[in-house]
Design a protein. Sequence first.
Length: 218
Amino acid sequence: MERAAVFDVDGTLVDTNHLHVTAWWEAFRQAGHRVPMHAVHRAVGLPSTDLIAHLLGDGRDTDRDAELSAAHKALYGQYFDRLPALPDAGRLLKRLHADGWKVVLATSAGGAELSALRRAIDADEAITATASSDDVDEGKPAPEPVEHALDLAGVPAGRAVFVGDTVWDMRAAGRAGVRCVAVLCGGIPRADLEEAGAEAVYDDPAHLLASLAGSPLA
């Protein structure tokens, strides 16, 4: 039977979380909001509107959400030509593909941002499909992005493993009935990831690749 390895991208395969923090912090600052960087960091991984709601609350002027999202997108877009893949990210996907896994990306990124991330990973030949924010109504921690990834792979939840770096990833995968593997390279503490449902935790893609034989992706 076929198996699916579903991967988050930002902070899991590409070292972008702190770039997002900086871009969001500046977008909020330009709009007159003082939001601590540590708070932004913990919210990275949520879709833009959910991130804004999480950080500014329901009492905000929601008419400015689109302006904030556009400012973040423009600021973050300055890095598109030099986004850094995490160690062995591409090699990990290629190895799993060679081992018979269907590799699917499940990310809140879309459009030019997703294209830039895929260029950084440099493993297109190993990627079966991509479930982007353009394809779903609700982002993580809702299960829809993971469920859509499974639909694209044609693989049931019981034959899949999800790899991510945030509590939102773990919750989304758990709600979709998929086993969860976490990496620490996104900057979220191990205890938080385990509490959110991570079955196993690795430092980064290189650590997971080196530990593959004893992992849920064996």
